[in-house]
Design a protein around this ligand. Structure first.
Ligand code: FAD
Length: 483
């Protein structure tokens, strides 16, 4: 891609305007009038170290009004911007491609209100997920979303990517739990749709457009969201299974027998667990190795009752030889340890240098076949091995089995054109043939920009472009990305 010449280059005058507007030393990282390379670089690079932009200006507004003033000025002066939350996104959407101004939301981070009876939380977009969930925990509630990046990702980023995560099975998608949004359009208009209502059938539900838009039509500054009661009893089991057929049987049995208390069903293959072990050096939960592992979590209101249900489920699946081995966490530390084997996967896979990540929705019966076919393809091409000559460390599969969401990951020692050629468009065509989605939850960003046609028809893409034009006629919002 080439830099679009319709966008202005940042000048000293622009910088002067922003410094006066934001007034605070720390709110502007300026690489235009001075050399700020070290300070600015973290905002230019993504979590995977795969994408690197060249911004010379990072702005950290402290209020919705400041976001509005920034965007209006940028729109009037044809300055391109990229909204940035915790910068944990996995598709290169949160970093500039060229010299777009980074609008970092970390200073807008307050909890605005919480209603303990209805469970409605109103929160600034820049608040960190883990902090918000901690606040809710003290009040007996839970944020309806949880994911491995919780220590850094922000509510605004979560909503902008429509993140799915570990609690979707129980609490559903953000399209259901988000009740209202406050956002700023590129021309500075503040869209105040911070409704706290569960039911509101008064025309188009425009907030839905911001959920999953990846910062392409406006900047989310506040969110109101329904936060359920926190379950008093959490039980976790970690199971070893011999085949993907058995995994499916276990899933069906879990839904049948644990039904209303089942809150997570996560899948991990042995390859993914081997890599986590190599990095963390932790002792594996089960003595012997199995091709597949499942992590099952239940959440309910009565520990004894839930535990009983879980135990009888385990007895049943062991007796029927669906599950070969299993362990149940006996205290909170063990719950965290077992979750660590699932949540630690993304971080561990990055250990060797790079990861090709595919986040896919696949009909459940075929979910794991893609991993096997990809591994075979990479092996045949001679790209996988233990030594430095081989770019690929391993091909692994894991994910939110309960949501038919597979993460196909290829851990590599370096990003390599030959590996890319084997993977793309192979993976996307495979998905397209099965009417799956090339992005179950991470979004499209820059990484999947070219492949949207594998999951959306021409008519749908044309409609999306019309919406983009309506909200952002100058195209300053997160340009060069999927739309
Ligand atoms: P960023 O990365 O900063 O931004 C992501 C996108 O949103 C960008 O396009 C950006 O421009 C836009 N954006 C950010 N803030 C705003 C805003 N206020 N207004 C408008 N646009 C904005 N995702 C899942 O769905 N499920 C998972 O289980 C999951 N696990 C993960 C585990 C790890 C270890 C990591 C690193 C990531 C994981 N992710 C997962 C990816 C997920 O998309 C992000 O972690 C998170 O939702 C992004 O939030 P963020 O604040 O970091 O946003």
């Amino acid at each position: 891609i080439k830099r679009d010449s319709k966008f202005a280059e940042i000048t000293e005058d622009h910088v002067k305007f922003f410094k006066e507007l934001l007034g605070k030393e720390a709110a502007v990282i300026d690489g235009v009038t001075k050399d700020a390379t070290d300070d600015i670089e973290p905002f230019n690079g993504d979590w995977m170290r795969k994408y690197r932009g060249h911004t010379k200006l990072v702005l950290k507004p402290g209020s919705t009004e400041e976001v509005s003033n920034i965007l209006k000025y940028c729109n009037d002066n044809m300055l391109a911007v990229v909204p940035q939350g915790g910068n944990t996104g996995l598709v290169g959407g949160s970093v500039p491609v060229f010299d777009e101004i980074v609008i970092n939301m970390s200073r807008i981070n307050q909890i605005r209100s919480f209603d303990e009876v209805s469970g409605t939380l109103v929160v600034d977009a820049g608040a960190i997920l883990e902090v918000v969930d901690g606040y809710l925990a003290e009040r007996g509630n839970i944020f309806p979303l949880d994911l491995g990046a919780k220590g850094s990702c922000q509510i605004g980023g979560n909503v902008a990517t429509n993140a799915g995560g570990l609690r979707l099975l129980r609490y559903g998608s953000l399209h259901g739990s988000v009740l209202g949004i406050e956002a700023v359009l590129p021309d500075g208009t503040i869209v105040d749709d911070l409704s706290k209502l569960r039911k509101n059938n008064t025309g188009y539900d425009l907030k839905q457009l911001f959920i999953g838009a990846e910062g392409t039509i406006g900047i989310i500054t506040g969110v109101s969201i329904l936060c359920p009661q926190r379950s008093k009893a959490i039980n976790v089991a970690f199971l070893g299974l011999e085949s993907y057929e058995k995994v499916q049987e276990a899933f069906k049995a879990a839904k049948g027998q644990l039904s209303e208390i089942l809150s997570a069903f996560e899948l991990m293959d042995n390859q993914s667990q081997n890599l986590v072990q190599q990095v963390t050096k932790n002792k594996r939960p089960l003595e012997s190795a199995h091709p597949f592992y499942c992590l099952i979590e239940t959440s309910g209101s009565n520990s004894e009752h839930d535990n009983e249900k879980l135990q009888s489920f385990l007895e049943d699946v062991m007796e029927k030889e669906i599950v070969s081995d299993g362990v149940v966490a006996e205290n909170e530390t063990q719950v965290r340890n077992l979750w660590g084997w699932r949540e630690g996967i993304p971080e561990s896979l990055g250990h060797w240098g790079g990861v090709y990540k595919y986040d896919l929705s696949i009909p459940i019966s075929e979910l794991y076949s893609l991993v096997e076919e990809t591994r075979e393809k990479i092996t045949k091409a001679g790209l996988i091995g233990d030594t430095d000559e081989h770019p690929v460390v391993d091909v692994v599969g894991y994910g939110h089995m309960g949501d038919s969401n597979l993460h196909l990951n290829v851990a590599t020692r370096r990003y390599d054109k030959n590996v890319e050629k084997e993977l793309e468009p192979f993976v996307y065509e495979w998905i397209s043939k099965r009417s799956g989605s090339i992005s179950a939850e991470h979004g499209l960003g820059l990484a999947k920009k070219a492949y949207i046609g594998h999951s959306r028809s021409d008519t749908m893409i044309a409609l999306m472009k019309q919406i983009k034009k309506l909200y952002d006629p100058n195209g300053i919002m997160n340009p060069y990305k999927y739309i």
